[in-house]
Design a protein around this ligand. Sequence first.
Ligand code: GTP
Ligand code: SPV
Ligand code: MN
Length: 581
Amino acid sequence: MSSTLSSLTQWVDQVAQHTKADQVVWCDGSDAENQSMIDTMLASEALVALNPDTHPDCYLHRSDPNDVARVEHLTFVCTKDQADAGPNNHWMDPDKAHALMDELFSGCMVGRTLYVVPYCMGPIDSPLSRLGVELTDSPYVVANMRLMTRMGKDALARIEKEGHFVKGVHSTGELDPDRRYIMHFPESLTIMSFGSGYGGNALLGKKCHALRIASYQARNEGWLAEHMLIVGIENPQGEVRYVAAAFPSACGKTNLAMLIPPEAYREAGWKVWTVGDDICWLHPGEDGRLYAINPEAGFFGVAPGTSAGTNPNALAMLDKETIFTNVAVTDDNQPWWEGLNEQTPATDWQGRAFDPNNGPAAHPNSRFTVSMKRCPSYSEEAENPRGVPIDAIVFGGRRAHLTPLVLEAKDWTHGVLIGATMASETTAAATGAVGVIRRDPMAMKPFCGYHFADYWQHWLNIGDKLSQPPKIFQVNWFRRDDEGRFIWPGFGDNLRVLEWIVARCKDEASAHDTPVGRVPESGGIVIDDLAEMPDMETLLAIDPDGWREELMAIEGFLSEYGDRVPKILLDRLSAIKKSVG
Ligand code: GTP
Ligand code: SPV
Ligand code: MN
């Protein structure tokens, strides 16, 4: 036995003893293993089979009604020095956190199986990929990890060869929100998660490893781990340009990553290629460009709002081999959610007969889990071990007012300032109030594993290393009119904005300078073929009064991060304030 395998086995034995698991199963990721997990879950009713004619190999999981989203208030970064976690994270002393978790995990797997889930984040043969092992008592987690990561024997073989991996221990516990913690120990590359079976709380490869732990490692190693989609835009000449975009949770990454071009664009030969929809690892390349890999292998996407009109590519991949979580079902046992179609569902997400008085039929944070390869716009480049070169970085958010449809940063430093100070309305992806504007720097507020001010400095340092840095932009698909309706059509039509962005990267489009950034000239965004003309003037306007207030709020926000905030960002902010007047 290799020394890695023996230390891995020792750790597994230790956890099995401490949790008093009935048995230990090492997962190989095979189809047969998956089928037997599914059968076990069907028998225990952890899964319900959906209509086999319309949705073969599709299943519904209903989570506990108290366990339907990430829990930011119960998520901790446990560094030795509290200052390293920063004001952006909840912090606990690592010894105290370990003691707390040891107590929770003690005997928690009596009567349960402990699954050992080796996984690889990123293409299995990429030097940029990272390894992990999740120990979990949830077969639902295993089935999801199999879709979301390269899971099983190939990952284990690479772990044996390389010797290092992130250790994750997870138990659903009793699903008691008062006994629920998601703990990160970046200094020892360890994650401990107790009391939730949901998404980002439980699929430890995703937010816990690929963002919180990875962002911490990335700072020390000179790369970036980001909450970004990766999309390829192919023009009629067949040239593909890659864009990475950070939007906060439930703000449109999945949709932008797999958009279908408007008809006139399709006819002209435009195509869109999906490399990733949620997480992106960015590495400076030897040629001075930034290269991106998607560490994931699947999508854990928001169901509500997904339809043949808004996201036909998503809909096309969801009729086979998909796990649905907390959606409603129709009377012929098909999955259903708000926005899908005009049908009325039979049963809501809690399994009750549908009654509109109980609220939405599907939970607003209901999701689908599906392999990326099922996406019609899936790009083979997602397997490229070197990653894809990024031309543009886009920051976006959900803001009814103020921020324009699109804005270009004047340079890297300005782009970092825009990212560091972006704000967005909160969504159902995390428990808590929805629709409240909060600062969500780089869409990483819930996910950055260290002090935000250090993170912004790290972004600036990365920029210094790039001789051909991507241009940085800000977008907002969510501006509303006086009646509360979205002004911009969004979805497939977002390609119109990406077209301008890519043209700017190639110096092929003009822009109009404003104190807060560059916006398209009138006519710069092609809309002639739209059935209804959006109010472009409002969408692209820069309102000085509104921005004056915004810049004051930004100043207050940055001051919360103390004297670690890079001075160059503060200087840039002062200069912008001056020019707004
Ligand atoms: P996470 O998986 O939580 O990180 O979210 P995400 O950023 O991938 O969000 P997603 O694309 O799933 O979108 C969330 C919600 O926003 C869905 O209900 C979408 O229908 C809606 N949405 C996405 N793009 C647009 C858009 O361009 N315009 C409008 N109005 N809504 C959009
Ligand atoms: C998000 O909340 O940003 C998600 C879903 O992508 S979860 O995996 O639950 O974090
Ligand atoms: Mn996300």
